[in-house]
Design a protein around this ligand. Structure first.
Ligand code: DOR
Length: 442
């Protein structure tokens, strides 16, 4: 038997540890993780000095197609993903039109076919108009399930009334991704700051209490209905004990943290202005440090980027007309590898939270691990290489990153998508071979 590709001499990383071992690929899958020094292969890739990680799975990106393609489209968004070592993305439903019907989901799947550079799946948005269809919608091929905006952000998707939120939760089986901010509180706070507050007020307007009120309600409704709820982009220290207690009590709650909330703090409103404006907001250093402590305590399930590109032209609008959101899919893995190099987190934990756990949480078939039988989605990283993140490196249509000029350690040298060598020596190979993700969800 001859392998299609053998990756030789690298160090494979899992949540359990690191191992110097070869990886043999056949028919787009990992066939052997073993000493393959005498095995024949069509292609041999020398990974000496490199770490071999499973491809990253980013379970929260906004790729803007259809309707908002001036910011991003499926081609540019997935190219940005693959160049950042992200081989699978879950895309959010707040496009135009919103993804709230089977037809809108199919439209996204059709658009991605032949144009996507990584594997993909599209959330269906919960709305008051599709409540009765959610059971069928969440089980359609090509979706990881339902996303609910409990507080409003970009777009018009919103389920803010408790009775409706309860109904949404009564109509789901798969983990439901939730944007958790209380809409009534957000409206009330907006009114208190006048028409032209400075963007530095963003995190006081959308205050911690707005997140806390909503997250308390999400936990209560999850306990009441039994619905698994995955709370996205946690931003406050006050939510942390609530989530820890809910988990300890066996309530079916999981949660995500973004690199933005771990890396940036409210000082960034002075240096980056509206560029750093996102929902829920980046907050003070006290919140950032508490969230890091919770990562170390094992509270969070996954890292997600909340890649939310807007053009610089749109961002130049004076606050609060400026849109909320920052790009992040391409910097997600590099920023977390840099934190690993700084000793904040083990690279094994990065693999757990960015590859293994997302696959397990959503029941993704054959992804998230460098093991025989899994898709050969691999990222080969040089943990010692220092480089500077620049806007010119960003493949997203928006063309900027909040980390422009930041020196980081840990670079993405090669990416394999189902055995195909799609990024070579850091250079994208223009292979648009992404497929819809398959799930093992019953
Ligand atoms: O800041 C944000 N921007 N938060 C969200 O939840 C949505 C996102 C977007 O789509 O722009």
């Amino acid at each position: 038997m001859q392998f299609d590709t053998i990756i030789k001499g690298g160090t494979v990383v899992s949540s359990l540890g690191q191992q110097r071992v070869d990886v043999g690929i056949l028919n787009e899958q990992i066939y052997a993780v073993d000493d393959l020094s005498d095995a024949p292969a069509e292609t041999v890739v020398d990974a000496t000095g490199l770490h071999i990680l499973p491809g990253a799975i980013d379970t929260q990106v906004h790729f803007r197609e259809p309707g908002l393609e001036q910011k991003e489209d499926l081609e540019s968004g997935t190219r940005s993903a693959i160049c950042g070592g992200v081989t699978t993305i879950f895309e959010m439903p707040n496009t135009n039109p919103s993804t709230v019907t089977a037809g809108a989901l199919q439209d996204k799947l059709n658009r991605a076919n032949g144009r996507a550079s990584c594997d993909y799946s599209f959330f269906v948005g919960a709305a008051t108009t599709n409540l009765d269809n959610l059971f069928e919608l969440e089980m359609l091929p090509g979706t990881p399930g339902i996303k609910m905006f409990a507080g409003s952000s970009t777009g018009d998707l919103l389920v803010d009334v408790e009775e409706h939120q309860r109904k949404v939760m009564q109509h789901g089986k798969r983990p439901m991704a939730v944007h958790s901010e209380d809409e009534a509180r957000l409206r009330e706070r907006k009114g208190l700051f006048g028409d032209h507050p400075h963007v530095r007020k963003h995190w006081e307007i959308r205050d911690a209490e707005a997140a806390v009120i909503s997250t308390k309600r999400m936990i209560r409704l999850s306990a009441e209905t039994g619905q698994a709820v995955h709370i996205l982009h946690i931003s406050t220290m006050e939510e942390l004990p609530l989530l820890a207690e809910a988990k300890a009590n066996g309530i079916n709650i999981t949660c995500e943290v973004t690199p933005h909330h771990l890396t940036l703090n409210s000082d960034a409103y002075e240096s980056l202005g509206t560029l750093v404006q996102m929902n829920p907001p980046v907050r003070s250093e006290e919140h950032r440090l508490a969230i890091w402590q919770a990562v170390k305590d094992g509270l969070f399930d996954v890292f997600g980027s909340d890649h939310a590109p807007h053009t610089l032209f749109e961002k130049a609008n004076p606050y609060p007309k400026s849109p909320s959101g920052m790009p992040g899919v391409q910097t997600l893995l590099p920023i977390m590898l840099d934190w690993a190099n700084k000793g904040q987190i083990k690279v094994e934990t990065v693999v757990k939270m960015l590859m293994e756990r997302p696959a397990e949480l959503y029941g993704i078939k054959n992804k998230g691990s460098v093991s025989a039988g899994f898709d050969a989605d691999l990222v080969l990283v040089d943990m010692s290489k220092q480089w500077t993140i620049l806007n010119s490196w960003v493949q997203s249509k928006c063309g900027w990153t909040p980390y422009h000029g930041k020196q980081v350690q840990g670079s993405i040298e090669h990416v394999f998508l189902r055995g195909n060598h799609v990024v070579k020596d850091g250079i994208y190979q223009e292979k648009r071979i992404g497929k819809a993700v398959e799930f093992d969800w019953k």
